[in-house]
Design a protein around this ligand. Sequence first.
Ligand SMILES: *Cc1c(COP(=O)(O)O)cnc(C)c1O
Ligand code: SF4
Length: 462
Amino acid sequence: MQSSAPIGTNPAPPPALKPPVDEATLVHKHVLRGPFWQRIPAYREVGEEQFLDHRWQAKHSITNPPKLLAALQGLVSETFIEDARQGFALAPMSVRVSPYLLSLIDWENPLDDPIRIQFIPLASTKLPDHPKLELDSLHERADAPVPGLTHRYADKALFLPLDTCPVYCRFCTRSYAVGIDTDAVEKYDLHADENRWQKAFAYVASRPELEDIVVSGGDAYNLRASQLTLIGETLLAMPNIRRIRYATKGPAVMPQKILSDHEWVDALTAVVEKGRKLHKEVVIHTHFNHPNEITGITQDAMNRLFERGITVRNQSVLQRRVNDSVATMRLLVKRLGHVNVHPYYVYVHDLVKGVEELRTSVDTALTIEKNVRGSTAGFNTPTFVVDAPGGGGKRDAHSFEHYDRETGISVYTSRAVKPGHFYLYFDPIDLLPAAGRARWSDPRERPAMIDRAIAAARARVR
Ligand SMILES: *Cc1c(COP(=O)(O)O)cnc(C)c1O
Ligand code: SF4
């Protein structure tokens, strides 16, 4: 009889069915640490304590080309700065970039850097908007009984208590309201006004079917601790409310706040704990788009929230040259899981003014989805969605009733939200085959393409 190994010694591992994996290739685990910001001329003397201070980050954020130039003295060419100057002038969004993000950009090659592409507009890459594009393509204002409260779905609503953010993303779907007026857009006013909030609360309390409130913006990071508490406690006190999500891009663009703004994090924790005692869920929804946005500072910040039992979920926007490859999206999803953030959605880029070069096709989203699903836990696998232009709500990207890759028109229905309606998404024209591009260049052909797409969808729906 063979004796088994004594307890405490490791038996040899059973024969492998898969080839061995080198630990060094598990790149999702390797987050950037160390004083990486000191590569930027303006931050060469900045120590860790200062860099981790969220007030320092906010105070030194870049809002115009002269500040950008001053921070990057000698690191970028004159041509780049001039391109950015013209890009800022054309942009529908205000510009605001934290020193943290600025330090994560590869300044050896800023043209191709995924963080530069998202935050610093350049005139040279601009494409014309799609002819079917409109400001507020999701019709958030049309579904708002009170300014800043969109009640589209039966049991959940979107509350926009403020219109500022710690940074401004070029691709923001809410460029109709978020940020300060730009040369290109005069904004719809959603500033933090507690009288307006009271109207929104009164509406939410009056609708027994509402259970779930997304507190977005703008960005919940910019709520004062007392405002975060007021909103959380008011909503938790309503018997109909079961779930609250605070939406903030903060963890992705200024994780320092979670490590250094104790008042804000304690206020958040208190709302989460109060909710837990009432058996109601309060979570954070955040917005990472690229694996480079997840550093050692992010990991420390997410650990802080995890220790406090605060769930964090992620919503990404699929963007051309940022995260529209299988390898990047797989790495993003794995790295998010590694820092205990659950990937929830990847949005096909909304039809947003002034950023046509960032949009991708539905087909790209479908291909990436097929390659990501299965690469990690199912609960860490995002659903790829199209937020149906015109107010149909979020639809699984695969669930179109009709999709013509030549015209780039996909048609979705939204049976739970607006039964009987058809919603159209349009791929960017420059990515279409030549035949499709030719058809869009003829304005008389446009309504015919759209009518045909809707007819094809109608024939399929039952
Ligand atoms: C996204 C969104 C919600 C929340 O939808 P989920 O699919 O539950 O994340 C609620 N209201 C509006 C208007 C939205 O756009
Ligand atoms: S943080 Fe969110 S709301 Fe603010 S600009 Fe970016 S995408 Fe828009």
